[in-house]
Design a binder for this molecule. Structure first.
Ligand SMILES: CCCCCCC/C=C/C(=O)SCCNC(=O)CCNC(=O)[C@H](O)C(C)(C)COP(=O)(O)OP(=O)(O)OC[C@H]1O[C@@H](n2cnc3c(N)ncnc32)[C@H](O)[C@@H]1OP(=O)(O)O
Ligand SMILES: NC(=O)C1=CN([C@@H]2O[C@H](COP(=O)(O)OP(=O)(O)OC[C@H]3O[C@@H](n4cnc5c(N)ncnc54)[C@H](OP(=O)(O)O)[C@@H]3O)[C@@H](O)[C@H]2O)C=CC1
Length: 295
């Protein structure tokens, strides 16, 4: 790990700032998303915010939503200061279907329609599965599976009713080899992946594409929810032996939503340094029984 990375980790300065994102080189043409309208859940921070910055830089109109209104407004102000673009914000929880319906109505009304929904809202806590309480299990499944589903269905119904196409990108997690110490989130994310594949088929006749994106360990302020010792281990948990950044994810989302992805649906795009193939990923540390086994 470089000195700068160590310093940032110690100060808990995770991830690219909005000015970093506004200046970051991109592979995309400046007006790739001109005229496109995006709703991004979890857009007040991390991967959602990076996607919002890239989208406005490429000419899109954007609304971001999440639970914390102040965080959303701060992100919007920073984005306007760094890029000149004004974005809309809505405080809500994706766990409440009525709040989801309201934010979706606002997005369609205030953006004048919607072309893409990016579901980046989510989270969990590390725990041995055997110790999970019903409340803890339900909180994680309700957020990551049910909440994502409410958003997907609400957008799809409006696209169907208006007779217009749409695109959904669901940000999940790397689940191919399970996520020990996070079985609740592995179950919820696996649910989202196969939900996405299922409705990608059902909704293809409606012109709605549905894809999922599996990040590996990505430097975002969301990592502040976890102990530093855990994060230094997780950063080593892929064959590239480092974390990714939010630009990696934002460019992946744009690939899927823009015309570059017009023949892609039901896909799971892995942006994780190969984490689905190799790595030791025990958030709470390798248990005694697996030490020295390569587990
Ligand atoms: C675990 C790591 C897997 C590998 C990936 C590592 C890299 C991943 C990074 C990210 O995902 S970055 C994004 C990070 N952001 C978050 O994770 C968000 C943090 N948490 C939340 O949003 C929410 O707390 C929640 C996890 C969705 C829970 O929602 P809710 O607000 O309804 O729940 P709480 O009231 O907080 O708790 C309900 C219930 O859940 C149990 N519980 C919650 N936190 C913990 C904890 N840290 N340890 C153990 N158990 C926990 C507990 O039973 C709670 O009930 P009470 O005890 O409070 O009655
Ligand atoms: N960073 C990483 O290494 C990895 C992250 N992920 C997942 O990727 C996604 C993006 O994470 P990342 O950007 O890193 O983390 P962040 O914590 O920065 O982003 C998650 C966002 O979700 C929002 N959110 C959480 N719960 C709800 C809810 N009930 N309703 C509405 N919004 C909600 C949060 O905002 P607010 O608090 O305002 O509601 C927050 O802005 C998450 O699903 C995360 O779990 C998966 C694998 C690895």
């Amino acid at each position: 790990m470089t000195d700068i990375r160590t310093e940032r980790m110690e100060k808990r300065l995770w991830g690219l700032s909005v000015p970093d994102l506004a200046a970051h080189p991109t592979v995309y043409a400046p007006d790739l998303l001109k005229g496109q309208r995006l709703l991004i859940s979890g857009g007040g921070s991390g991967m959602g915010r990076a996607t919002a910055v890239l989208a406005v830089r490429l000419g899109a109109e954007v609304m971001i939503c999440g639970r914390d209104g102040e965080k959303l407004d701060r992100a919007a102000e920073e984005i306007e200061r760094a890029t000149g673009a004004r974005i809309l914000t809505r405080a809500m929880t994706i766990r409440d279907p009525e709040q989801v319906s309201a934010v979706m109505d606002d997005a369609f009304d205030e953006l004048g329609g919607l072309d893409a929904l990016v579901n980046s809202a989510g989270g969990q806590f590390p725990i041995e599965a055997i110790d999970l309480t019903p409340k803890g299990w339900n909180a994680v499944v309700d957020t990551n599976l049910n909440g994502t589903w409410h958003m997907m269905q609400a957008a799809a119904r409006r696209w169907r009713d208006a007779g217009v196409p749409g695109s959904i990108v669901n940000i999940v997690a790397t689940i191919d080899r399970g996520i020990p110490h996070s079985a609740h989130t592995a179950a919820a994310r696996a649910g989202v992946v196969y939900l996405s594949k299922s409705v990608a088929v059902e909704w293809a006749p409606l012109g709605i594409r549905v894809n999922a994106l599996a990040p590996g360990t990505i430097e975002t302020e969301g990592l502040n929810n976890y102990p530093p010792a855990m994060l230094s281990r997780l950063g080593q948990g892929n064959p590239m032996r480092r974390m990714g950044d939010t630009w990696d994810i934002a460019e992946g989302v744009v690939y899927l939503t823009a015309s570059s992805g017009k023949f892609v649906t039901g896909e799971l795009l892995q942006i994780n340094g190969g984490m689905h193939l190799w790595g030791t990923n025990w958030p709470l540390g390798v248990p005694e029984s697996f030490r020295g086994t390569g587990g």
